[in-house]
Design a protein around this ligand. Sequence first.
Ligand code: IGP
Length: 258
Amino acid sequence: MIMNILETIIAKKQLEVATGKENGYLESLNKINRSHLSLKKALETSSTGIIAEFKRKSPSKGWIYPDADATEIPSGYEKAGATALSILTDESFFGGSLKDLQTARPLVNIPILRKDFIIDPYQLHVAKTIGADVILLIATALDKKSCASLAKEAKSLGLEVLLEIHEEPELEYITPDIDIVGINNRNLKSFVTDVETSFQLGEKIPDGYLKISESGISDPHTIKELRAAGFKGFLIGETFMKDDNPAQELAKFINVLD
Ligand SMILES: O=P(O)(O)OC[C@@H](O)[C@@H](O)c1c[nH]c2ccccc12
């Protein structure tokens, strides 16, 4: 059987989770008690709504910024006006690490999304312990039942839940435990990216859910259109990370926005 990239990532993730459990990784982490920051509130009250992503590479683009520094870029993003951060913690396919999120945590005071492929409650406990405020659940990577139970468990740990959808049937994954619905403009199986996805699917999201648009946003003008269509958040990675100075790129982007 030929696997698509998403299936390959999930197969690897299952192994990683099993190894983590076996090695007692979670137990080895220092537990710090902190109150969580709310991405939902931040997006409701923020001026930019930009969730700036820290990402070294991706399956679709290859290496973007191999030696990106987690002590510099996330705090630079905050100073430049990011409403929140998305930090890739997947190593194999995105060149990230749990360490990157742990490093950034004490250096910023805005919500952090742990960007990874969550398939097991174990990962939620890890996310909380390393200092994430929000976790991502990807509808395409989960069945409805496990998505609902992961969302419930995340909420019980005090984490917020961002549900990512890409096509209409996935609207069924929206349950009251979902805090924010993200429309991924990128098809995770084919990598085709089209912002139209947000405009089309955005209309179908039930009232009362905060919605954000993810991937393939490179033009501040797109943000204006997305705002007009009711989007409150914009998840942007490559546009900033492909530059030597991602925070400066974000500052320039925001400048054009206002
Ligand atoms: O770099 P971009 O095109 O601005 O996209 C950011 C983000 O939306 C993308 O990294 C992403 C969206 N959903 C994901 C799921 C897993 C890993 C990564 C992603």
